[in-house]
Design a binder for this molecule. Sequence first.
Ligand SMILES: C[S@@+](CC[C@H](N)C(=O)[O-])C[C@H]1O[C@@H](n2cnc3c(N)ncnc32)[C@H](O)[C@@H]1O
Length: 314
Amino acid sequence: MTEKLPKEFYERLEKIYSKKDIEIIKTWFETEKRKTVFRVNKLKWNTLSILSEIEIAWLKITKIDFLPDAFILENWIERDLWNLNCYKNWEIYIQGISSQIPVLFLDLEKNLKVLDITRAPWSKTSQMRDLMENTWEITANELNAIRLSKLKANIEKLWVTNVKTIKSDAKLLWEKLEKESFDRILADLPCSAEWRINLSNEKTYSFWSEKNIKSNYYLQREILKSCIPLLKKDWILVYSTCTIAPEENEAIVHFILSNFPELQIEEINLDYEFSRIWIKSFWKQVYRKDVEKTLRCLPNKMSEWFYIAKFRKI
Ligand SMILES: C[S@@+](CC[C@H](N)C(=O)[O-])C[C@H]1O[C@@H](n2cnc3c(N)ncnc32)[C@H](O)[C@@H]1O
């Protein structure tokens, strides 16, 4: 089945991963229907009440150990949730496992000022809000007008307050926001989104090219150059993408460490069987040793790929 993948893409996989890991990655491509994963929207309801509603409907769920209030729906699909009040009232939110991981490393606590550089469709911001019990002041930016309008609608449905939404090219945020004014920054940046590749839909992989990867690399660099000065001293920036391309992941971390000496990388660890190590070099570029403190999540039959790095401004 994986013969359908662009040849260069497959060659890159072989360069990056071991044979054993490639077998795991193949299960991602070969799984047509993935199990639904949801997270409890704790501002609206409490976990126990939701779980009892799900139990009454005979839906079997498993708790994900390393994610607070996240569950895998084992025996049915998302559609089976549609009739439940907790689904209709947005008391639960459908969000993949890997996509819930970056926010864990922001060390969230109450009463913070947070910047979410590229927000839509709102998954990670609503997750942050739950972890901070809505005691934040968040600035949520997005360039795409359609995605931004969805974002505003979601804010209302999810009962989120204290959110300032901005429509700006993130490369220009330095002009619009005050320098050193945020305690946390989430840089979940636009990327070549290789996780979207679905072998049963040619459109999802015909977009793939090394040229596209390169242009995302330059876009991410410009966005980070604009936003890093907005972070307060002592505090945290988390960078993440949903792609495997080292040019957008390790190469970006290498770029940050080489150009922003005020940012120190912090090691992240996760007790997750699909966590993998960084790539030391790719094509001709050898990455700085500190890049080893970042985390790759291997795609598998349950969850998508992700790359995450955590920085502190000193
Ligand atoms: C990876 S998605 C963000 C996902 C979001 N953090 C979440 O968890 O729901 C990247 C977003 O960046 C937006 N985007 C792309 N280029 C941008 C730019 N130059 N400035 C601001 N946003 C941009 C895209 O429209 C897309 O919604």
